[in-house]
Ligand binder design. Structure first.
Ligand code: ZN
Length: 182
C-alpha cells in the first residue's frame, strides 16, 4: 500500500512563523496521523532528534522525537503540557533544524513530567530524564514560540554571530524573491 504523505519544508530562523504560539489539536483523526508521520519523515531526513509543528509551518501543538536515533523509538506528543521540571540543571550542546550550523550550550533541568496525548487521542503522563527530557523541553519551547537564540548565553551569541547574520540575510533574500517574482 502506498500513501501520499505531505513533504514538509523546514521553516528557518528568523521566519516570524516560528514566533507564533501554536494552537491545541482538537481532532484525533487520520489527518493528524498523516501530519505526525510526515513530521517524523522530515525529522529523519534532516538527521534531527526532534521536530515541532511550527518548524514545518503548522501552528499546532504537535512534537515528534527520537532521542535515541533507534528504529522503533519514534515518539509523537500531541498537546504536551510540562507539569513540572525537576532535577539538577545541566548544560548541554543543542542544535535546531531551524538554525542550521548553530550550536549552543543550553542550561535545562534534567527531568520533566509531561502530560500529552498520543495520536489516537489517549492521554498519557510520563517522566522524561536526561537527553530525552532535553529534547522534549527544546521542542516544547517551539510550541510557545521560544527559540534557541532566546536561551543562548551572550558568549554563544557572539560565537554564532556570523551564522545567525547569514540566516537573517538568506531569509531577507527569500522574502525579496517572493515579493518580486521574476
Ligand atoms: Zn528546534
Amino acid at each position: 500500500m502506498t500513501e501520499e504523505l505531505p513533504t514538509y519544508i523546514l521553516t528557518l530562523y528568523p521566519d516570524p512563523l516560528l514566533r507564533r504560539p501554536s494552537e491545541p489539536v482538537s481532532s484525533f483523526d487520520d489527518e493528524l496521523e498523516g501530519v505526525a508521520r510526515a513530521m517524523l519523515a522530515r525529522m529523519h531526513e534532516s538527521n534531527g532528534v526532534g521536530l515541532a509543528a511550527p518548524q514545518v509551518g503548522l501552528q499546532r501543538r504537535i512534537l515528534v522525537m527520537n532521542p535515541s536515533g533507534e528504529e522503533g523509538d519514534d515518539r509523537v506528543l500531541v498537546n504536551p503540557e510540562i507539569l513540572e521540571r525537576t532535577g539538577a540543571e545541566t548544560m548541554h550542546e543543542e542544535g535546531c533544524l531551524s538554525f542550521p550550523a548553530v550550536y549552543a550550550e543550553i542550561r535545562r533541568p534534567d527531568r520533566c513530567k509531561v502530560r500529552f496525548f498520543s495520536v489516537d487521542g489517549v492521554e498519557h503522563t510520563e517522566e522524561f530524564s536526561g537527553f530525552s527530557s532535553r529534547v522534549v523541553q527544546h521542542e516544547y519551547d517551539h510550541l510557545e514560540g521560544v527559540l534557541l537564540v532566546d536561551r543562548m548565553s551572550p558568549a554563544d551569541k557572539v560565537r554564532n554571530k556570523q551564522v545567525l547574520q547569514d540566516l537573517v540575510a538568506r531569509y531577507q533574500e527569500r522574502r525579496k524573491r517572493e515579493e518580486s517574482p521574476a
